[in-house]
Design a protein around this ligand. Structure first.
Ligand SMILES: [Zn+2]
Length: 139
């Protein structure tokens, strides 16, 4: 897709430090890493986000992430890793070509999700059941 930075990386017209590639996926180090070893795993074929992506391709991206995560842990002597994706601007998506963030994590990295001030607070079971039913009934 013209004007998409990740499509340009796939096409080789924008440089990237590749860590993996196959016929479906490309993985490279983020130019603006949260910390060392921050990898982005993307499909070669442009799709805006997880919702727009072919489910088989999305599954492959997760397989690639599962294979690369332990490698990052070994190479960086990390303590774990996250796999994370944003769908939509409200979720923090900035580049609208699906990408899975693969983040090596360290006990002292001072990075994480920001939870609401009242978290954790158990939800009402009836409300959970009602919402679960609405989700099951929605296409
Ligand atoms: Zn793209």
């Amino acid at each position: 897709m013209i004007g998409c930075i990740f499509c340009s990386i796939v096409a080789g017209t924008v440089p990237a430090s590749l860590v993996y590639e196959d016929d479906t996926a490309v993985a490279f180090l983020d130019l603006f890493p949260v910390h060392q070893g921050h990898v982005l795993v993307i499909p070669r074929q442009h799709c805006a986000d997880l919702t727009a992506c072919d489910p088989v391709i999305a599954g492959h991206l997760m397989q690639v992430s599962a294979a690369l995560g332990p490698r990052l842990v070994r190479v960086l002597s990390a303590d774990g890793y996250n796999v994370w994706t944003a769908n939509g601007a409200a979720a923090g998506q900035q580049v609208f070509h699906l990408h899975l963030h693969l983040l090596p994590r360290f006990e002292t990295d001072d990075f994480g999700l920001r939870f609401p001030k009242d978290y954790p607070r158990a939800a009402d079971r009836a409300a959970l059941d009602e919402l679960a039913g609405r989700i099951r009934a929605t296409e």
